[in-house]
Design a protein around this ligand. Structure first.
Ligand SMILES: NC(=O)c1ccc[n+]([C@@H]2O[C@H](COP(=O)([O-])OP(=O)(O)OC[C@H]3O[C@@H](n4cnc5c(N)ncnc54)[C@H](OP(=O)(O)O)[C@@H]3O)[C@@H](O)[C@H]2O)c1
Length: 186
């Protein structure tokens, strides 16, 4: 049985996700949504994992690291040691560690940036993209890779279909699913 990979991202018009190693926007409730979704488990005592690129790890404030209540995997080609995180040289290495944890873990989330999303989208185990679309454009230097074309829009009971607004900025949540992942564990 292989893991189903979920990715979660926020992008603005034009597909931008980051600028100068940071998020181009400040949307507190959107960040809370990220926290809620990546911590969500169906059974008490289980944990999810988040996989991120090393630059995304670097971009997080020290007091936020590692992301609480989640196993933190950081993708890097170097031999870095990062307190609170498990470094890995490939998506497969992180998945292999995750799968060894059996029923103690539930959802494997890929949380960016560009390279991590690209690996997730290219994986045969890729299942869902939770995408926040921000109705504004920002100057960005990091972008979401092309979203796989075979995804279809689905609903999730924990995800609002209403347009959200914060600080005068509108955005909405989408859940996009690749239908044909059989016999897999989410
Ligand atoms: N809007 C969003 O949802 C969102 C989400 C996440 C991040 N962001 C933003 O995105 C930006 C950072 O993203 P980014 O795309 O520049 O960088 P990133 O993907 O976070 O990190 C890139 C690093 O990951 C490692 N890496 C990449 N591919 C690898 C592979 N195949 N094998 C092993 N290691 C690999 C390398 O680390 P080494 O150099 O150490 O080898 C590489 O330099 C920031 O601005 C951040 O705020 C936005």
């Amino acid at each position: 049985m292989s893991t189903r990979i979920c990715a979660i991202a926020a992008c603005c018009e034009g597909g931008g996700i980051g600028k100068n190693g940071d998020l181009p926007w400040r949307l507190r409730k959107e960040l809370q949504y990220f926290g809620r979704m990546t911590c969500r488990v169906s059974q008490e005592g289980r944990q999810n994992a988040v996989l991120m690129g090393r630059k995304t790890w670097d971009s997080m404030p020290a007091k936020m690291k590692p992301l609480r209540h989640r196993i933190n995997y950081v993708l890097t080609k170097s031999d870095l040691t990062l307190p609170g995180a498990i470094t890995c040289k490939s998506l497969e290495e992180a998945l292999s560690d995750f799968e060894k944890r059996g029923d103690a873990v539930e959802t494997f989330w890929v949380i960016g940036g560009h390279a991590a999303y690209e690996l997730a989208f290219a994986s045969a185990s890729f299942y869902r993209l939770y995408l926040t679309r921000i109705h504004a454009s920002y100057d960005c230097d990091a972008f979401l890779p092309a979203i796989p074309v075979d995804l279809t829009s689905v609903s999730d009971p924990d995800v609002s279909s209403e347009v959200q607004e914060e600080n005068g900025i509108k955005y909405h949540f989408e859940v996009l699913e690749r239908p044909a992942v059989f016999g897999a564990k989410q």
